[in-house]
Design a protein around this ligand. Sequence first.
Ligand SMILES: C[S@@+](CC[C@H](N)C(=O)[O-])C[C@H]1O[C@@H](n2cnc3c(N)ncnc32)[C@H](O)[C@@H]1O
Ligand SMILES: Nc1nc2[nH]cc(C(=O)O)c2c(=O)[nH]1
Ligand code: SF4
Ligand SMILES: [Mg+2]
Length: 210
Amino acid sequence: MLQKEIQLAVEKGEMLPLMEEFYTIQGEGYHTGTAAYFIRIGGCDVGCHWCDVKESWNAELHPPTQTDVIVEHAKAYADTVVVTGGEPLTWDMSVLTQKLKEAQLKIHIETSGCYDVTGQWDWFCLSPKKNKLPVQSAYDMANELKVIIYNKHDFIFAEEQAVKVNANAILFLQPEWSKKEEMTPLIVDYVMKNPKWRVSLQTHKYLNIP
Ligand SMILES: C[S@@+](CC[C@H](N)C(=O)[O-])C[C@H]1O[C@@H](n2cnc3c(N)ncnc32)[C@H](O)[C@@H]1O
Ligand SMILES: Nc1nc2[nH]cc(C(=O)O)c2c(=O)[nH]1
Ligand code: SF4
Ligand SMILES: [Mg+2]
């Protein structure tokens, strides 16, 4: 394809900059412990200083890939797909999720929610970031709210976000990985005092799996 055609296909969401895809166990949040095929889409300009996939940020490093190809791979593995990134909502997710749906896959997303929501989602995990807050539709749609705790102020941020999210969203506090020794005990204490919250750990990192 010509460069211009590729650019157009990416704009329409027919192609997406694919960083990696892997079959693993969902490590975080509500679906922890369940098998899923992860699709990691490149491109993110949110800039979290503790982000654990900074290699994803520059979309130009990740080859534009036909959504048909992504779906073919996914359906060979699991009945659930997790679309993550990077920030997947940088791109139009309509075509990808339509095709995943036609393949009868359950479709989950991991997102900061800072851009308009495109696509159809069976499970919407919203992980809001201070430097680029979610759009209203992301708060309305969230099935789970997963706030990363890097320091004590993040508990205040978590409560501010819990007020904005819809009433059915399940609330999680997850320690930032490099601060986990310090923050996990504070989270445990906080959840016992404020039981509307649950603990989420990055269990895949303890298990040494992707
Ligand atoms: C890498 S992000 C990609 C999806 C999307 N950009 C987002 O932030 O939700 C996937 C998940 O990992 C979390 N995360 C990223 N870096 C982390 C870290 N160092 N410690 C704990 N969680 C982290 C994010 O908050 C998000 O819930
Ligand atoms: N096993 C595993 N579970 C995850 N849950 C969310 C992840 C992500 O990076 O979005 C992730 C990941 O990278 N690996
Ligand atoms: S929004 Fe997600 S991918 Fe982007 S920098 Fe933050 S944690 Fe990383
Ligand atoms: Mg991860």
